[in-house]
Design a protein around this ligand. Structure first.
Ligand code: ADP
Length: 288
């Protein structure tokens, strides 16, 4: 019940009594309770969706460092019995294993922050440093698949503002897709070209005008129209072992940085994926 009371005042300003209104608010309470319960259900569903999103992203992104760790470990086991001259090689492999385990840890943290939509961890990074971080993994896969890898960086590139682990994952995903496409199509003389150059504030670029463009070009089979239409749809894949999360993740990461990700045909054959990242604007003035 809700009781509302009001004094009754006559024309002379004297209180002559009280007026009470008694309202049955059971219905209002029931509706409030229903809405609270559905709000809670909604929050639980959102949490579950986040957990699902995180689990699928983690399993996708952790595949790379885990596969690398496994390759280096197999290599070391093979070397162990080949005498003391192999020690230096074993040491390098062990160091790589440690680096990749550290990378897996960073991926877990970055995916966690990413799913929770935090955009901390943006730091000024030299494009060369992003490539240096992924090259051991790219070369490992390239050697396995017989792909020639070429890097071309423009001189005097500015630093970009980014979450470096996530952007490294974008580069890794694009390079891995390119090498797999060439391998599946059994391309002759498979080669991968990773280029970095300054990009103006072209019409395709969203956000700040100064940007750096990264591109990953292959000479694989290219992307047919039917595939192109669904390329960025989560879980869309043409591979038996694929998860179909790579490109949708790449696009989300790049757009969260205020950049653009797209692709075009390479000539005479293959595909070029390009994305932009904003140039680091230097230290921001702190609020007074
Ligand atoms: P996954 O690699 O797990 O299949 P992605 O989202 O990374 O998921 O890619 C989706 C699909 O896009 C791939 O299955 C493949 O068919 C196609 N694709 C991606 N990159 C290339 C490329 N460089 N050349 C040809 N096809 C590609």
């Amino acid at each position: 019940m809700l009781v509302i009371e009001a004094p009754l005042i006559n024309a002379q300003g004297l209180q002559t009594g009280w007026m009470s209104a008694v309202l049955d608010i059971s219905e209002q309470r029931r509706v409030e309770e229903l809405s609270r319960a559905s709000q809670e259900r909604l929050q639980a569903t959102a949490r579950l969706a986040t957990v699902g999103e995180m689990a699928s992203l983690l399993s996708h992104e952790l595949n790379q460092p885990l596969a690398a760790i496994s390759s280096y470990a197999t290599g070391s086991l093979n070397l162990i019995h080949s005498g003391p001259q192999a020690l230096a090689d074993i040491e390098v492999a062990m160091r790589r294993i440690a680096e990749q385990a550290e990378r897996a840890g960073k991926v877990i943290k970055s995916v966690h922050d990413f799913v929770r939509r935090r955009d901390n961890e943006r730091e000024p990074v030299a494009p060369q440093a992003l490539l240096d971080a992924i090259m051991p993994l790219v070369s490992l896969q390239a050697r396995k698949l017989g792909v020639r890898v070429q890097l071309k960086l423009q001189d005097d590139l500015p630093q970009v503002a980014c979450d470096r682990t996530m952007v490294e994952q974008v580069l890794l995903n694009l390079a891995r897709n390119a090498m797999q496409a060439m391998d599946e199509a059994q391309a002759r003389n498979p080669s991968l070209l990773i280029q970095v150059r300054r990009a103006g504030g072209g019409e395709r670029h969203i956000g700040p005008s100064a940007a750096v463009e990264f591109s990953v070009a292959d000479c694989g089979p290219g992307i047919p129209d039917v595939v192109a239409q669904q390329l960025f749809t989560p879980f869309y894949t043409t591979k038996a072992e694929g998860m179909g999360l790579g490109l949708s993740l790449c696009r989300t990461v790049v757009e969260q940085h205020g950049g653009y990700l797209g692709f075009e045909s390479n000539h005479p054959q293959g595909t070029i994926f390009r994305f932009t990242l904003p140039v680091d604007a230097g230290p921001q003035p702190s609020p007074a």
